[in-house]
Ligand binder design. Structure first.
Ligand SMILES: C[S@@+](CC[C@H](N)C(=O)[O-])C[C@H]1O[C@@H](n2cnc3c(N)ncnc32)[C@H](O)[C@@H]1O
Length: 266
């Protein structure tokens, strides 16, 4: 079913105003992703569908709509330079400077959980038995309820794990039937998954030692990105780090110091 101009602008405006995502050049993507949902549910036009789902913005149909319009592509060891830097620089710095041994990391826009689980595995490898003396928590947030549900479940296909170090397969995963692997409990309990819209005010109690917002801001326009980076800056601990995707950039004068491509320090 084709979108009318009015329906297209309605969706683009709604998603931009509420979630920051710019879909103004994505007409075919919107049609492709919503077409079946709209027709399968018996609607004869997108407007009637939108009228219904907007009536209950916490309902399952609304969540499905948001999940459909987000792009959740992710994989383990993505932009692995970040994980090398974490292990070689960030964690040794944390170990020598964080006296209360209370460490907060945020994976903002975590999708299916590959990124925060990957962080938890690197941290576990780095600290080994010393980890027992640390309170290390990874907050992982997204707006896609579908991605969050899958992330909490922590089950991945064998082919998703091709790029991780081979010994992690037995160290951090439990083999299931059908060539699937489940994240082990030790790693699972280090990550707290939550719904959080980055357009909302941040009200986290403690500043973060490290924030990752990788491959999320590419979907936002420049003013939205700048406002968000300011919020990330305020939420980062003095001396803490901020990682973005290597295809992304942040403007000068954010307060962050550039350390390496896609790595910033407060
Ligand atoms: C392409 S994925 C990136 C996943 C991971 N960070 C990585 O680099 O592999 C982008 C994620 O950002 C999420 N996202 C988009 N807009 C958001 C918003 N306003 N608040 C929170 N998450 C958002 C999407 O739902 C999607 O899961």
């Amino acid at each position: 079913m084709k979108l009318t101009d009015e329906e297209f602008l309605r969706i683009v405006g709604y998603i931009k105003n509420n979630y920051g995502i710019d879909l103004s050049k994505k007409r075919l993507l919107i049609e492709g992703r919503l077409n079946f949902t709209v027709t399968d549910n018996g609607y004869s036009c997108y407007n009637d569908y939108l009228d219904d789902i907007f009536k209950e913005s916490s309902g399952a149909a609304y969540n499905h709509f948001i999940s459909k319009l987000t792009t959740n592509h992710t994989y383990f060891m993505r932009e692995s330079a970040h994980f090398d830097f974490l292990v070689n620089t960030v964690l040794p710095e944390i170990e020598s400077t964080v006296k209360d041994r209370d460490v907060r990391i945020w994976s903002a826009g975590c999708s299916f959980g590959n990124e925060p689980y990957n962080l938890a595995m690197c941290i576990d490898e780095y600290f080994g038995e010393r980890k027992a003396k640390w309170d290390l928590k990874i907050l992982a947030t997204d707006i896609s309820s579908k991605a969050l549900l899958s992330a909490k479940n922590g089950v991945f296909k064998a082919e998703d794990l091709n790029d991780i170090p081979k010994h992690w397969l037995t160290k951090y995963f439990i083999k299931l039937p059908d060539n699937q692997y489940k994240i082990c409990d030790t790693i699972r309990k280090e990550v707290v998954f939550k719904y959080f819209n980055l357009m909302d005010e941040f009200s986290h109690k403690k500043p973060f030692d490290l924030i990752l917002c990788r491959n999320v801001m590419i979907y936002f326009d420049t003013p939205t990105r700048e406002t968000l980076i300011k919020k990330f800056y305020d939420a980062t601990k003095q001396g803490g780090y901020f990682f973005i995707g290597h295809a992304e950039s942040i403007t000068k004068n954010t307060g962050f110091k550039v350390i390496k491509p896609a790595i910033y320090k407060k």
